[in-house]
Design a protein around this ligand. Structure first.
Ligand code: APR
Length: 247
C-alpha cells in the first residue's frame, strides 16, 4: 500500500475527518506564504499586522493591507486542493475545514463548514459598534473606512497579532478537533498559537494525523502519522484518485 492508499484508507474508514489548513494550500492560487521561500514576512514587517500599530498609524496600516491583501491578492481563485476538500465534503468524507487563512478560498471552492480561525478579508468590522459590511462596499481610495452606522473606525474582519480569536471559530474548531478521528494538515508550519495547538489537541485524543507539505513542519516528527511530502494540488489529486479506488 503506498502513502496515498494509506491516507485514503484512513479517510474512508474515518467517522469524523477534518482538515486544518494554512497559507501553503493557497500558494498555488498565487498567494505567497508568510514564512519560508518568498514569504510575506521576508518583505513586510509583521509589526504592520499588530493591533497596536493599526491603532497608532491607521491610515498607513490600511494602505499596506490594501496593497497586499486587496490589490495583490484580492482576485485569486481556489486551486485543485481547495476544490478537492469541497468534493470530500460533498461526498460525506470531510466534516469541516479549520483554516488559518483569511483569503476565503475554501468557501469560494464550495466548502460550507469552514471555521476561519483568523477571520476573513471578505468583510470589514466597526471597532466601535461591531457592524460588519462586505469589503466590496469600501472605497479603497478613501481610507480608513468609517462605519455607516456610527461613524466608528473600521478594520478588516481578521485577527491582528494581539487580538483574540473569534469566539465562534475558536469553539467550533476546538469541538471539531476533539471529535475528529482523522485530521488532514495542509500547508502550515504550525508556528502560530493558539491555532497551532489544534492538531496536537486532536492527536492527544487519538486522531490519525495526515500531513501534506513540501517541507517538514513543527508537526512532522512530533504528531504526524502519514507525511505526504508534496505540494497541495498534486498531493490532493493523488489522494482523490486513491479514494476513488477504494469507494
Ligand atoms: N503546498 C502545500 N504547502 C506549501 C506549499 C504548497 N504548494 N508551499 C508552501 N507550503 C508550506 C510551507 O512549507 C509552510 O510549511 O506552507 C507552509 C506555510 O507556512 P506559513 O507561511 O507559516 O503559514 P501558516 O502556517 O498558515 O502561518 C500561520 O501565521 O502569520 C500568521 O496569521 C498568519 O495564519 C498565519 C499563521
Amino acid at each position: 500500500m503506498n502513502i496515498y492508499q494509506e491516507a485514503a484508507k484512513q479517510i474512508v474508514d474515518s467517522h469524523y475527518c477534518v482538515a486544518f489548513t494554512g497559507a501553503g494550500i493557497s500558494v498555488e492560487s498565487g498567494i505567497p506564504p508568510f514564512r519560508g521561500r518568498n514569504g510575506l514576512w521576508n518583505k513586510y514587517d509583521p509589526k504592520t499586522f499588530e493591533i497596536e500599530y493599526f491603532l497608532q498609524d491607521t491610515a498607513r496600516a490600511w494602505e499596506i493591507i490594501r496593497d497586499i491583501f486587496y490589490d495583490l491578492f484580492g482576485h485569486v481563485l481556489p486551486n485543485t486542493a481547495h476544490y478537492a476538500l469541497a468534493e470530500m465534503e460533498q461526498r460525506g468524507l470531510l466534516k469541516s475545514v479549520i483554516t488559518q487563512n483569511i483569503d476565503n478560498l475554501h468557501k469560494d471552492a464550495g466548502n460550507t463548514d469552514v471555521y476561519e480561525f483568523h477571520g476573513s478579508l471578505k468583510q470589514i468590522i466597526c471597532m466601535n459598534c461591531g457592524q460588519k459590511v462586505n469589503v466590496a462596499q469600501v472605497d479603497m481610495n478613501h481610507l480608513p473606512p468609517t462605519c455607516f452606522t456610527c461613524g466608528g473606525l473600521m478594520k478588516p474582519d481578521v485577527v491582528f497579532f494581539g487580538e483574540a480569536i473569534p469566539q465562534y471559530a475558536a469553539s467550533k474548531s476546538i469541538d471539531a478537533s476533539q471529535k475528529a478521528d482523522c485530521m488532514i494538515l495542509i500547508g502550515t508550519t504550525g508556528t502560530v498559537a493558539p491555532a497551532n495547538t489544534l492538531p496536537s489537541r486532536a492527536k492527544a485524543g487519538g486522531t490519525t494525523i495526515i500531513e501534506i507539505n513540501p517541507d517538514p513542519s513543527e508537526y512532522t516528527d512530533r504528531i504526524t502519522d502519514i507525511f505526504i511530502q508534496d505540494n497541495a494540488t498534486r498531493a490532493m489529486e493523488h489522494l482523490m484518485e486513491a479514494i476513488d479506488e477504494l469507494i
